[in-house]
Design a protein around this ligand. Structure first.
Ligand SMILES: [Zn+2]
Ligand SMILES: [Zn+2]
Length: 341
């Protein structure tokens, strides 16, 4: 349906460009329900230039196939991406975010409203930390962000729909997606809240976005991200003055809050582990010392099987890429100087 239109010289160039754009979006849908929502838009739009352009040369349009499409796929309409499908620490393309916001246009700007103004369900902000006159940046990574209001020609009006939605709904969850440079995918940093709007002398304005809390039950956190974030927070805590730290400790909760996590795990080959343990004969392949103790379960020497090139780096789960090492050598390999890679 799209190809004949693209190949038909009688179809105006502008119309063909729109169709080309539409075709480029179709493969980017992750769930049928999202595609159904997209197709649903081509209902009652018969007065558009594209519709008339295609009709005038006798071609079919999205409007024409709408009913047939819905008869086939409408039953999957509920199979859609949801807000709580977004996992902290995972990466998302700009297209995925724009599809979720039902905008289908990568030039829609950095603030995407989810649901209808003036009372949207949430807002997505896309932060790029380089380029532009007003680069967004962490005030403290990863829980406080300086994020410029939507602007047009250097006017940061609080009445622009996107800005107003955030300002007028102080409890609106602000989903922060960030990346270092253009063209990279975004990493989801979690749900934030706009604490205040700060006006600068040059007329620019920015939101002070503060992370709501990782304990929100709908905020599922990726385990790797949780580990990295915690390491970052420890580094920050080490750097603050001891006095400030002791003060914080005084009023800190004694029982830590919990959070639901998600993780991607590798389904490792047990034969690789068994074979590498056999090869080691109970001697650490790192330092050459005997295993430090025997396993309570079966009395075998306790060594850990490690991948020289980590699986997360694309390393293979093979006997050749694996070694049996003692817990000390294993920790050093991950947190100290690496012997293998
Ligand atoms: Zn060792
Ligand atoms: Zn390891």
């Amino acid at each position: 349906m799209l190809t004949p239109a693209l190949n038909n010289a009688a179809v105006a160039g502008k119309v063909r460009a729109t169709i080309q754009n539409t075709r480029s979006w179709l493969p980017r849908f992750d769930r049928i329900g999202d595609l159904v929502a997209y197709m649903d838009r081509f209902q009652g739009t018969a007065d558009t230039e594209v519709y008339k352009g295609l009709k005038s040369v006798g071609l079919k349009t999205f409007e024409d196939i709408h009913d047939e499409f819905m008869a086939k796929f409408g039953k999957f309409a509920s199979e859609r991406t949801r807000l709580d499908d977004f996992v902290v620490g995972q990466r998302y393309t700009s297209s995925q975010l724009v599809i979720f916001a039902e905008l289908y246009d990568n030039r829609s700007g950095g603030i995407l409203l989810i649901g209808n103004p003036p009372k949207p369900q949430a807002v997505f902000v896309k932060a790029t930390f380089s380029g532009g006159k007003y680069p967004n940046k962490w005030i403290s990574e990863p829980d406080r962000l300086k994020y410029y209001l939507k602007s047009r020609n250097a006017v940061f009006s609080e009445t622009y729909i996107e800005n107003a939605a955030i300002i007028k709904n102080p409890d609106l969850p602000v989903f922060v997606f960030h990346r270092l440079e253009e063209r990279q995918p975004f990493t989801f940093a979690g749900q934030f809240r706009a604490e205040r709007v700060v006006s600068e002398a040059d007329g620019s304005k920015w939101f002070d976005l503060v992370q709501s809390s990782v304990i929100s039950p709908t905020n599922r956190v990726d385990e790797g991200e949780l580990r990295r974030t915690f390491a970052q927070k420890v580094a920050n805590a080490v750097q603050t003055s001891r006095e400030a730290r002791l003060n914080r400790l005084k009023s800190a909760p004694k029982r830590p809050p919990t959070v639901a996590t998600t993780a991607i795990a590798y389904l490792r080959n047990p034969d690789v582990v068994a074979e590498v343990l056999y090869r080691s004969q109970g001697v650490c392949e790192g330092c050459g010392m005997n295993a430090p103790f025997d396993r309570k379960s079966d009395g075998s020497p306790y060594l850990e099987v490690h991948h020289k090139m980590h699986l997360s780096e694309g390393g293979e789960d093979t006997v050749e890429n694996a070694i049996a090492i003692c817990p000390n050598c294993h920790r050093r390999e991950h947190f100290g100087t690496r012997t293998w890679q």
